[in-house]
Design a protein. Sequence first.
Length: 251
Amino acid sequence: MSDSTPAEQFLDAAIGLLQRVRAEEAEAVEAAGTLLADTVAGGGRLFAFGAGHSSLAAQDVVYRAGGLALMNLLAVPGAVGVDVVPATLGSALERVDGLATAVLDSSPLRAGDALVVVSLSGRNALPVEMALHARSLGVRVVGVTSVAYAEQTTSRHPSGTFLKDHCDVVLDSKIAIGDAELTLDTIPAPFAPASTVVTSALMQAVMATAASSLAARGIEVPLLRSGNVDGGHEWNRRVFEEYGDRIFYRH
């Protein structure tokens, strides 16, 4: 029996997953970052989408100090986060056919843009349809998912496919089925999910790659600065003015 505490066991599990991602997903991270940089260089816009807790990693790269100002959140009302009541409605909406198409067709996305779709299982209708329809519109898609689900579960999309099947680049978070890293004989279910830690790290690795790729081409990187640092608001105001036609989280 391990002498480590549950907290230490969880942190060790998260670190192990991050090390796996670093070793096994480096090529995919490079490809995803380059795809986003190509989009920015070509005048395209960047969007991120995630439903439920997967939305946390998508939100983490939008309007973020140290992040790309051009990353916008593609929101599906009722499916982003757990602020909707009842929270179970969000899970139900993920399984509704046609919802993603309706959202995309009324969104600013257009050919030449890039969309990052975050979905741990990648099996529900919403993320699968989101990626499938986005590509039909000429949008390039990066999927962030756990490939294990496609190997061990069945799709809930009519096509029988998963998110990973409709992406230009796939990032595998390595999260095991059920998203819980710890077990105890005295607790009836596995606990301590690590998907947010790992997926957010993957997203930031992609953003760092995109920023460095743009800089290597001599293109100004439209980064935001913290508003809590002197001069931050002035810096961001200039970025908003210069790139306002590609930023959709401001009026």
